[in-house]
Design a protein around this ligand. Structure first.
Ligand code: IFM
Length: 473
C-alpha cells in the first residue's frame, strides 16, 4: 500500500467561502467512506458464494464496458485487513459497506453460509478494533440469481426472501453493528434494472419496474420490522435513496409538469410511502394513464412506513426538465408525455454528470421541509474524473478534491438553513467496478492499480483526511 503526505495546501482546492462553511460543521458530525460488495470484493466463487444478477448480467455481451466483471474487482475479500488499515489512515469514524446476499444465503434461500458470514464477522471486528464504526447496508444490488429466475423484485415473494436474509445477517452482527441500512438506491434496482435495462438484470418493462419499486419497499419494511423487534438498544435503521433535484427548464406549464413527473418517480414514490404511508396520488394517476398499477395489498403501506431512524441520501447531480422534445413534440416516442433533461450548461464529471453543489443544498433543504423530523446522513457523494497517476502511482486529483470541497460546503449550507444532516460518507474509498462502466470510471479517494492491486491514496484522500482533522479541531 502506497501512501504519501504530499497534500496540496487546502487553499488550492477549497475556496475561503467553502472553508468557512465546512468550519461550521460540528465536532460530532460523522465522517465516513463508502463501498459496496460487488464493486470491491471479488472472490466471486469462494467460500460458497453463488452468482448474483450482476455475475450473470456482466456476461451479457455488450452489457458492460470492456466486458469487465466483478470476479476479482479490488480483491477486497482477500485484502480486507489492509483496506481497513487504509480507512483508519483517512481518519474517518465510519465505514459504510454492503453485505453480499449470495455469500450469506447461497441461492437466495435456506440457512446461513458460515464461511460467507465469517468474512463480515471479521470485517466488523477489524473495524471496531481500529475505532471505526461499521455502517452496514444489506442490499446493494447483488440479488441471488435464483431469486431473479423466480421473478426477481417484480415478484412479491422476493420481499419476504429479503427479510429472511436480513435476519440472518442481523442475528449474527447485531451485537456489534449499530447502524443498519436495508436498501441502497432502490430507484436504480427498479428503474435501471427492470425499466431501462442498463443494469442487472437488464429487463425493460415499466410495469415490472413499478412492481419492483413496491416490493423493494415492502422488503425494506418487513426487514425493518423484524430487525427492530430483535434489536438491542440504540440500534438505528434506515434506507438509502439516490435523489437529485428536478427543476422545470422554464416556467411553462408543460415544463413544470415534466419536473413534477420526474420528482414523482425520483423522490416521492419512495419517500411518501416510507414516511406518509401513501403513494403520491399524481404518480398513481400518471402510471394509470400508462396502464400500470402499483401492486399494493392491504396492510403493505403500514409495513413500508415502519419508523425510520435516519434517511441515507446519495446525491450526485440535479436536473432540469422540459415537457417538450427537441423537435417540439410534447410526447415521447412511446406516446407518453415528454420528459427531457435539459443541461444547465455547467462543467461535468467523467460520468457526464453536471457539477451542481447548489442543487445539493436545495435537495437537502427541500427534504427537511417535506419530510421533517428525519435525520439525514449523506451515505454517498463523489465524482469520477480522468485520473493520471505519476510514476509512483500518486494521483494529484485536485478536480475530485474540489468536488468534495464544494459539496461538503453545500451540506454545511443546508445545515445552516435548518436541514438535519448528521454525517457525510465519501463515495468511494477505492476505485472500483462502476457497474455498466466496468473499471473505466474511477471514484476512489484511493487509486487501485488493477494489475497489481496496489492502493495509493490520492490527493483527494489527503484533502479529505486533513479536512476531517480540521473540523474535529
Ligand atoms: O458506484 C455507484 C454506487 O454503487 C451507487 N451510487 C452511485 C455510485 C456512482 O455511480
Amino acid at each position: 500500500m502506497e501512501t504519501t503526505d504530499s497534500a496540496t495546501t487546502t487553499s488550492a482546492i477549497t475556496t475561503s467561502a467553502q472553508s468557512a462553511l465546512i468550519g461550521t460543521l460540528p465536532a460530532t458530525f460523522r465522517w465516513g467512506v463508502a463501498t459496496a460488495s460487488y464493486q470491491i470484493e471479488g472472490a466471486a466463487t469462494e467460500d460458497g458464494r453463488t452468482p448474483s444478477i450482476w455475475d450473470t448480467f456482466s456476461r451479457v455481451p455488450g452489457a458492460i464496458d470492456n466486458g469487465d466483471n466483478g470476479d476479482i474487482a479490488c480483491d477486497h475479500y482477500h485484502r480486507m485487513p489492509e483496506d481497513v488499515e487504509l480507512i483508519g489512515q483517512l481518519g474517518v469514524d465510519t465505514y459504510r459497506f454492503s453485505v453480499a446476499w449470495p455469500r450469506i444465503q447461497p441461492h437466495g434461500r435456506g440457512p446461513v453460509n458460515e464461511a460467507g458470514m465469517a468474512f463480515y464477522d471479521r470485517l466488523v471486528d477489524e473495524l471496531l478494533g481500529k475505532g471505526i464504526d461499521p455502517w452496514l447496508t444489506l442490499y446493494h444490488w447483488d440479488l441471488p440469481q435464483e431469486l431473479e429466475d423466480a421473478g426477481g423484485w417484480p415478484a412479491r415473494d422476493t420481499a419476504y426472501r429479503f427479510a429472511d436474509y436480513s435476519m440472518l445477517v442481523f442475528d449474527r452482527l447485531k451485537d456489534r453493528v449499530r447502524n443498519w441500512t436495508t436498501l441502497n438506491e432502490p430507484w436504480c434496482s427498479a428503474m435501471h434494472g427492470y425499466v431501462h435495462g442498463v443494469m442487472a438484470p437488464g429487463r425493460r418493462d415499466l410495469g415490472d419496474g413499478i412492481a419492483a419499486v413496491h416490493h423493494l419497499l415492502l422488503g425494506h419494511g418487513l426487514a425493518t420490522q423484524r430487525m427492530r423487534e430483535a434489536a438491542p438498544e440504540a440500534t438505528n435503521f434506515g434506507i438509502t435513496l439516490n435523489m437529485g433535484t428536478a427543476d422545470p427548464a422554464t416556467d411553462s406549464e408543460v415544463d413544470r409538469d415534466a419536473a413534477r413527473r420526474a420528482d414523482g418517480l425520483g423522490v416521492r414514490i419512495y419517500l411518501d410511502p416510507l414516511v406518509k404511508a401513501q403513494y403520491p396520488a399524481d404518480v398513481v394517476d400518471d402510471l394509470a394513464a400508462q396502464n400500470v398499477r402499483i401492486p399494493v395489498q392491504d396492510g403493505d403501506l403500514a409495513i413500508i412506513s415502519a419508523p425510520l431512524d435516519f434517511l441515507g441520501v446519495n446525491y450526485y447531480f440535479g436536473q432540469q426538465y422540459s415537457g417538450v422534445e427537441e423537435d417540439g413534440r410534447t410526447e415521447d416516442a412511446d406516446g407518453n408525455p415528454a420528459n427531457r433533461a435539459v443541461p444547465f450548461g455547467k462543467p461535468t464529471t467523467a460520468m457526464g454528470w453536471e457539477i451542481l453543489p447548489e442543487k445539493f443544498t436545495q435537495l437537502l433543504t427541500r427534504l427537511s421541509e417535506d419530510y421533517p423530523d428525519l435525520p439525514m446522513f449523506i451515505t454517498e457523494n463523489g465524482s469520477a474524473f480522468e485520473d493520471v497517476p505519476d510514476a509512483s502511482g500518486f494521483v494529484d486529483d485536485q478536480d475530485r478534491a474540489a468536488y468534495f470541497s464544494s459539496h461538503i460546503a453545500a451540506v454545511a449550507a443546508a445545515r445552516q438553513a435548518g436541514a438535519d444532516v448528521r454525517g457525510y460518507f465519501a463515495w468511494s474509498l477505492l476505485d472500483n467496478f462502476e457497474w455498466a462502466y466496468g473499471y473505466a470510471k474511477r471514484f476512489g479517494l484511493v487509486r487501485v492499480d488493477y494489475e497489481t492491486q496496489e492502493r495509493t491514496v490520492k490527493q483527494s484522500g489527503l484533502w479529505f483526511r486533513d479536512t476531517i482533522a480540521r473540523v474535529r479541531g
